[in-house]
Every structure is written in structure tokens, then in C-alpha cells.
Write a protein that binds this ligand. Structure first.
Ligand code: DC
Length: 231
């Protein structure tokens, strides 16, 4: 039988990262941050001087890409050709590059098997934009996590400020708006909830509250019981 997959899709800044890592830890499941994969390709492509609209060149780059994802309880460490790029891929420039190259259908196709290979026993928490619609359409539980754009921008600004990055709220707001528009309007795998997704608006919820709700849905569907959860 295929290992169960819990998909968590939604726009940038809705809290997918914090929530997905926490869920993977509590369930004892593997974790896939597909956005990190797109950001990684964005970083590698920029460093290699590739055009972000050259789908064939990007697909070629992916076939040579050597990377590693090392999740721990609170964060995901990312290595590219053996070098730690965890901080570099979180920069807004990298997010912009990822969103631009993500419209390329060729690229999305070569990334499919890399993502599907992460579905291993005992289960996988997969976060991104098209996990429930395209990458894991058979997933037994699909969540679409959203929040108002003002709240998402504020959260991102707080995250950046805590990391010592000097960012303007107005710039973050405008970046998020542009990415929402691009991710939602592209032809291949646009950002949208799967027909059978559970939609959660996290605008007025803490990460713990969102996790509790999702774990409730997991229990309802027989994906876990309280005894099987880490504290
Ligand atoms: O979730 P994130 O902000 O790290 O994602 C960065 C960009 O990558 C996002 O703007 C669009 C793209 N992306 C995608 O197209 N499909 C995914 N499954 C995940 C991310």
C-alpha cells in the first residue's frame, strides 16, 4: 500500500512551513518543502547565469542538481553541492526567482518524480502550491491553508525582523501580491485548493491551533490516533 500523504497548500506567508514541520514531527512522518525545491532551483539557476524563462535549460540544470534536505524539529537545512544555502534560499530575491521559473511546464515535470519519491513509510507531510492538485492527487487528507494578505505580510515582516533583516512592510506586501497573482494565474498547476481540500483560514489562529485542527482531521480519517502522536 502507498504510504499516506498529508498535503498542505496555500499562498506564501500563510504559515505552511511552521505548521508542516510541527505536524511532521508530531506524526513522526517525513517532510517535503516543495517551495524550498523551487527556491533551490532559482538559486542554482541564478548562480549559473541561466534565463529563468528557459524551461529546457532549467530542466537540464535539475538533472545535474546535487542537493540535500535535512529537516530538524524547527527548521529545514538545505545543502546545494555540499554548501549550506539555508539562509540564501529564504531571501525574497530567491522567492521571486522561484515564482518566475515555476511557470515553466518542463521544469515542473522534471520536479515531479523528485517530489513523489519523498512519499515513504510511515507517511509524508508535503507542503507547497500544487501538492493536493497535481503531485499527490490521491492524498487521503488535503489542507488549503490561507490567511489575509495583510496578516501574511505582517508575519513575514516579523520573521525577517527577528532574523535581523531590515525589510519594509510595504515592499513585502507588494512582493506577496505579485507572487499570489503569478502563482495563481499560471497555466500549469496554478495555486488553487483541490476539490476535496479542507480550507483553513489562519488569519486569527496560532500555529498550534492550526496544527490541532489538522490533527483532528487526521484522526477523523484514521491517519493517526492520540497514542501515535509525539508530544
Ligand atoms: O512556498 P514558497 O514561498 O517557499 O515558494 C516559493 C515559490 O515557489 C512560490 O512563489 C511558487 C513556487 N512554488 C510552486 O510553484 N509550486 C510549489 N509546489 C511550491 C512552490
Amino acid at each position: 500500500m502507498n504510504p499516506p500523504v498529508l498535503t498542505i497548500d496555500g499562498p506564501g506567508g500563510a504559515g505552511k512551513g511552521t505548521v508542516s514541520l510541527q505536524l511532521a514531527r508530531r506524526l513522526g512522518w517525513h517532510y517535503l518543502d516543495s517551495g524550498a525545491l523551487y527556491r533551490l532551483v532559482g538559486l542554482a539557476a541564478t548562480r549559473a547565469g541561466l534565463e529563468l524563462d528557459d524551461g529546457a535549460a532549467l530542466a537540464g540544470l535539475v538533472s545535474r542538481l546535487e542537493f540535500e534536505f535535512r529537516p530538524d524539529a524547527t527548521a529545514l537545512r538545505v545543502l546545494l553541492y555540499g554548501t549550506d544555502v539555508t539562509a540564501a534560499i529564504r531571501e525574497e530575491a530567491c522567492a521571486r526567482a522561484a515564482s518566475r521559473l515555476a511557470v515553466q511546464a518542463d521544469l515542473r515535470t522534471v520536479l515531479l518524480p523528485l517530489q513523489r519519491a519523498r512519499a515513504r513509510s510511515p507517511g509524508l507531510v508535503a507542503e507547497g502550491r500544487d501538492m493536493g492538485t497535481t503531485v499527490f492527487p490521491q492524498a487521503p487528507l488535503k489542507i488549503f491553508l490561507t490567511a489575509s494578505i495583510g496578516q501574511r505580510a505582517r508575519r513575514r515582516w516579523l520573521q525577517l525582523s527577528a532574523a535581523g533583516v531590515d525589510a519594509r512592510l510595504a515592499d513585502i506586501l507588494s512582493d506577496l501580491g505579485q507572487r499570489d497573482a503569478r502563482d495563481g494565474s499560471r497555466e500549469t498547476a496554478p495555486l488553487r485548493p483541490a476539490d476535496d481540500a479542507v480550507i483553513i483560514d489562519s488569519s486569527d489562529l496560532t500555529a498550534d491551533e492550526v496544527c490541532a485542527r489538522i490533527l483532528g482531521h487526521c484522526k477523523e480519517r484514521g491517519l493517526t490516533d492520540s497514542a501515535g502522536l509525539a508530544p
